[in-house]
Write a protein that binds this ligand. Structure first.
Ligand code: NOJ
Ligand code: CA
Length: 526
């Protein structure tokens, strides 16, 4: 409920992973007509916008993050006319549309890379081809998916791919690359999209000297997280690109916005992406990775608000996405995971700024841990021979209705089975089953989103709890709402200001004795 600010400063944005959302034509793979068919569900849920993962032509070596043509739609997912219809239908339902743009790398099936391999020098100069050292690659950089980040081609040279071999990195010092992507942005802006999610926004510029990773790096951090002195993550030169993109968006009417996927956990550094002439928002991965611990959450919240205030950017909050283990599972799974996921939703949706929901979290879906190896498709699983289980477990198709798979994901009469198997236990987690149940996760999300719309958006957060207290309690203005969440292991006293009050919404049963049970969150009017 930002009074005058643009929508993106406090939007609730629902992430649609098209491959797993809804399958209209019955081949077992979600598609754009499927998304259109479920827009009424999203409107009723009460989200402001959807972000669609890549649906462009792609060999699907990395589920569409290997783009072969940035200006069309992958036939598995539909047609360009379907994309236009989706944008129009979403807008008619009052939902904005953000599309994914993947600028760090193309697919190896992209016309540019094919031309590069065929010996076209201009095309080759758009990628990072280098001679090796004898039979060894140019340096020791490792792919995020395991194994070397270099692959050798027929003429003996090597090309860089920070991800899969089928995802060659572009050379962003080449003005043709810069011009091409600004034109791709215009292509989708002209079709009416409201914004872009930018893949690997911290990685486009590499150290020209291709220096090895310095000894000083903390090897306990995941490979994709930026650290000082890193030869390819979060280099200062990357900001030139975002200043150029901002000019492109600013030339369009309406409030078009960009969100950075930048694994930069230090908010002073992350804020640099959100300077007034760069990107609008960034995913808050420091919040996402916080363990179930009051100090960890409080630190993440304070660091976010303090760090982003310096550049005047709004905060965003996120618990899950298509790359991480679903949070109901991360927080312990089973009944404990559900209780905590319910509480975390009320915490996240009470914080100032915007929030991202990942499809299925509103149903309380958990990570699917028992996908048979032969059905797994994540290159992270394949390139590590299964040592890394990969991300398929959070990408299982959504259960909509009915009591047996495909749970309404595909039409019942179709021959197709969902591209990943759905657990039989999801019979109780379908949108249909949860719709009529006032105690379901879906009902909690709907109630929270309704209240949020009335009361919350950007604004101030004032801590009522003391640092170190296992209960986090804060007051929000405007909106006059108090949120309390118990991250401890036993019931704890509620703040005197709300101890006797009637709650607006609670994530679980309350005892009514002025205490808040563990793993529970509650909202009060103040
Ligand atoms: C981040 C995306 O979210 C992930 O799914 C993908 O594998 C990598 N970037 C590479 O594009
Ligand atoms: Ca389909």
């Amino acid at each position: 409920m930002t009074a005058n600010g643009p929508w993106w400063r406090d939007a609730v944005i629902y992430q649609v992973y098209p491959r797993s959302f809804a399958d209209a034509n019955g081949d077992g793979i979600g598609d754009l007509p499927g998304v259109i068919s479920r827009l009424p569900y999203l409107a009723e849920l009460g989200v402001d916008a959807i972000w669609l993962n890549p649906f462009y032509p792609s060999p699907q070596a990395d589920a569409g993050y290997d783009v072969a043509d940035y200006r069309d739609v992958e036939p598995l997912f539909g047609t360009l006319a379907d994309a236009d219809a989706l944008i129009a239908s979403a807008h008619a339902a009052g939902i904005k549309v953000i599309v994914d743009v993947v600028p760090n790398h193309t697919s190896s099936a992209h016309a540019w890379f094919r031309a590069a391999l065929a010996g076209d020098e201009a095309a080759r100069a758009r990628y990072i081809f280098r001679p090796g050292a004898g039979d060894a690659p140019p340096n020791g950089w490792q792919s995020m998916f395991g194994g070397p980040a270099w692959t050798r081609v027929d003429d003996g040279s090597w090309y860089l791919h920070l991800f899969d071999t089928a995802q060659p990195d572009l050379d962003w010092t080449n003005p043709e690359v810069v011009a091409e992507f600004e034109d791709v942005l215009r292509f989708w802006l002209d079709r009416g999209v409201d914004g872009f999610r930018i893949d690997v926004a911290h990685g486009l510029r590499k150290d020209p000297a291709l220096a090895e990773l310095p000894e000083t790096l903390d090897r306990n951090l995941p490979l994709h997280v930026a650290q000082p002195g890193h030869p390819f993550w979060d280099r200062d030169e990357v900001h030139e690109i975002w200043r150029g993109w901002r000019k492109v968006l600013d030339a369009y009417p309406g409030d078009r916005a960009m969100v950075a996927e930048a694994w930069v956990l230090d908010f002073a550094r992350l804020g640099r992406y959100l300077r007034p002439d760069e990107l609008h928002t960034a995913f808050n991965f420091a919040f996402l990775v916080a363990p179930w611990d009051a100090r960890a959450f409080r630190t993440a919240i304070d660091d976010t608000l303090d760090g982003l205030a310096l550049v005047g950017a709004p905060a965003t909050w996120v618990l899950s996405n298509h790359d991480v283990v679903r949070h109901a599972t991360r927080y312990g799974g089973g009944a404990q995971g559900q209780a905590r996921a319910r509480a975390a939703a009320l915490l996240m949706l009470a914080l100032p700024g915007g929030a991202y929901l990942y499809q299925g979290e509103e149903l309380g879906l958990e990570e699917v841990l028992d996908i048979p190896d032969h059905l797994r498709q994540d290159p992270n699983f394949i390139r590590t021979n299964g040592a890394e289980r990969g991300r398929d477990g959070c990408r299982v198709p959504i259960p909509w209705s009915g009591t047996t798979p495909p749970f309404g994901f595909s039409p019942t009469a179709s021959a197709g089975t969902p591209w990943l198997p759905q657990p039989a236990s999801w019979a109780t987690r379908t949108a249909e089953a949860e719709h009529g149940d006032p105690d379901s996760m879906l009902s909690l999300y709907r109630a929270a989103l309704d209240l949020r719309k009335e009361r919350l958006g950007e604004g101030e957060l004032e801590w009522l709890s003391a640092p170190g207290d296992p209960v986090l309690c804060f007051r929000r203005t405007p909106g006059n709402l108090i949120c309390a969440i118990n991250l401890g292991t036993s019931p704890a006293p509620l703040h005197p200001r709300v101890a006797g009050a009637e709650p607006l919404l609670a994530s679980g049963p309350l005892t009514g004795d002025g205490h808040l049970p563990a793993d529970t969150a509650v909202w009060f009017a103040s």
